[in-house]
Design a protein around this ligand. Sequence first.
Ligand code: NAD
Ligand code: TYD
Length: 338
Amino acid sequence: MTLSCIVTGGAGFIGSNFLHLLAEKRPDWRIVNLDALTYAGNLENLTAIEGRKNYTFVHGDICKTEDVERAFAAAGPKRVVVHFAAESHVDRSIQSGVPFVTTNVLGTQVLLDVARKQGVERFVHVSTDEVYGSLGDTGFFTEDTTIQPNSPYSASKAASDFLVRAAVHTHGFPGVTTRCSNNYGPYQFPEKLIPLMIANASEGKPLPVYGDGMNVRDWLYVVDHCEAILAVLEKGRIGEVYNIGGHNEYPNLFIVKTILKTLGQPESLIQYVKDRPGHDRRYAIDAAKIERELGWRPRYKFEEALPLTIRWYQSQGEWLQRIRNGAYRDYYARQYGS
Ligand code: NAD
Ligand code: TYD
């Protein structure tokens, strides 16, 4: 019997990359994409697969039982779920936390309830290393690190992780959770550090760096993340958490300067702006468990994948312009005051 994969948030950054991966690596699977098309959801990311006969798009909200049920009705009886749908941007969560609690917490519970009632073979909950909080100068997050989220975004993701854990513990639900570090690559909405800096640098606009620019993130190319999720979906142990990361720690300033250099733009475009409130200092992932148990390893080095990403954005001028012309402008004005 054909396997159906219900993907939530498939029109977003990582979700659309995951759908491209499935279309290539698992061409016989039926794919159902449930997405509400918020500001971050863009069907243009999926033009390469939308005509396929085993792909169905369901426009719906994970907070609404009837919408989730429509997605399940579009799938066959043998099915799995990969749950990406979320409000995902820390700065937006600082401006307003309610949409984060609504989608990330309530939406995840609605999805779990429908999945439990209708039956699934596996449910992969895509979470983040940000639930662990912030590190000092040394050390790594392991799966046993205490959950200490610091932003409304990470707090809502931590709550959703606990709901998955509770479903496994209470109902024997086949949930598995992944916690990945910062992603970069094609189709990322240009509010996040790397695509925002590429877009601004390409246009000769100021690059807003928060605080001293020395906050550290652990960067992973999105294709590597998607391959890890597929490995967890197919081979991960139910009830487990798997950290995903590639040992690519860099301070923000290094990233920004590398982008400027690659694009032949001057460092004078860097503009230090007010720091993010509660700004986590450093993230770094220990991914030994997924490497050991599932044999996953990142394939891309930062030195090759960042230039790939920059070239992708340069070749997608119209995709970028259509996003930057829309409601995004209002957000940008609120966030950066211009
Ligand atoms: P994104 O913001 O680019 O995409 C989110 C998608 O979810 C969009 O298509 C949006 O339309 C959809 N969505 C939002 N609310 C919805 C709702 N109520 N119902 C249905 N669909 C809804 O996010 P992303 O960066 O692709 O992240 C995907 C997942 O991965 C998130 O759960 C995020 O927490 C997690 N994650 C992201 C990163 C990262 O670096 N981007 C790192 C680790 C984990
Ligand atoms: P971001 O891409 O928002 O991811 P996250 O906050 O989930 O890690 O930010 C990555 C880092 O870049 C973070 O330390 C904040 C910093 N940053 C800036 O300095 N300027 C910006 O305009 C943005 C969006 C982020």
